[in-house]
Design a protein around this ligand. Sequence first.
Ligand SMILES: NC(=O)c1ccc[n+]([C@@H]2O[C@H](COP(=O)([O-])OP(=O)(O)OC[C@H]3O[C@@H](n4cnc5c(N)ncnc54)[C@H](O)[C@@H]3O)[C@@H](O)[C@H]2O)c1
Length: 391
Amino acid sequence: MNDIIMVTGGAGYIGSHVVKLLLEKKQKVFIFDNLSAGHNQVLEFFKKTYGADADSFIFINADTLDEEGLRKAIDSVRKNHWISGIIDFAAKIAVGESQQKPLDYFTTNVVGFRNLLMATDHIPLVKSSTAAAYGSPLEEDIPLKESVIPKMIAAKRYDRSQLLPASVPFETLIEWYTKEVVEKYPFFYLDKADLEFLHIPVNVYGVTKVICEIMLKKHEKEAGRKHMALRYFNAAGADPSGLIGEDHIPETHLVPLVLKAAMGKVKCITVFGDDYDTPDGTCIRDYISVMDLADVHIIALNYIIKGGGSRTYNLGTNNGQTVMQIIEAAKKVTGRNIPVEMSGRREGDPTALVADASLIKKELGWKAKRGIDEIVSSAWKWHSSHPDGYK
Ligand SMILES: NC(=O)c1ccc[n+]([C@@H]2O[C@H](COP(=O)([O-])OP(=O)(O)OC[C@H]3O[C@@H](n4cnc5c(N)ncnc54)[C@H](O)[C@@H]3O)[C@@H](O)[C@H]2O)c1
């Protein structure tokens, strides 16, 4: 039987870059995506470049929320293939929206994930998590090591949730979790340390992702599921071909917004706060190339498939950029003006969010290779040749 790797959300931004790399490595891929934010044009591109569906990849348009449809899709693939691993990207990703529509985020990100876990036994799984797990950390903790969270919990730093105002309180998210997950599968029960971990994120999106990390640990205990949770902040850039790239609707990420401003598609870039304690007063964030992400998701999956133990790793560059540095990099690459408007600080925006990625370097030998200039130039190649994205 041929082995195949399942990529949920494989028609989306990061997922499509991972799928392309897998296909280039002649690895057969099973893309599971409901196309709520993914793009049919990506699938057309794969078909044209790597051969008709059955030869290189299988695409099933279905939703992780449709438990029966998910099981049927997996069974149909299993007739002729052995699913050797899963890389899971299917999620709702807009932090601001998650505060307004917590139930949508909880349902897709947590209930959908529950269904995926329960439909796929103990197949090794790489979960795209988020550095939102670190909430709004103290400056002394930057760059963030994975060990900061156990340290925060041991220090009992957060005896209550740090969630910023959302349309429901933290307790409601836990009630939903109990009803949708624990009542059906009691082994997913949250203990005191789990709740303290869940107190750290400042947005609903972050809470849903931390819940998934906790569920993975519990599923390993219950069913021996090997897993890898990869935490990162800002994915950016595009495949060097310029043929696939970032197209979120609406776009909320800085690099594409800045490039859209350079093209006149966005009127101006609002910079929230220029009085932070940073070299130019604007916030520092960690940008990681989508190509580096594609490499490392595959390395991580191979590690657990070959018997390596479950891990949680930060992905990052150990080196952040200020908002103004991103704008300057984009001006240099595009040779165009980027209109900027200064505004006050946004609530909950920490001065700096930078991941320390030395643990994955030490244990798996992976390190991000691409710097900000390469990220911005590759993104520009994509945006300038696709001014309306995939449309
Ligand atoms: N973009 C970033 O900067 C970033 C940073 C950290 C973590 N992440 C995580 O990486 C993953 C991918 O992010 P992205 O930027 O590629 O987002 P994206 O929106 O481009 O991709 C998500 C994909 O999942 C699909 N999907 C959503 N809900 C689904 C469901 N219920 N069933 C089936 N398919 C579904 C969408 O159609 C889309 O193709 C997400 O899990 C996100 O939380 C992203």
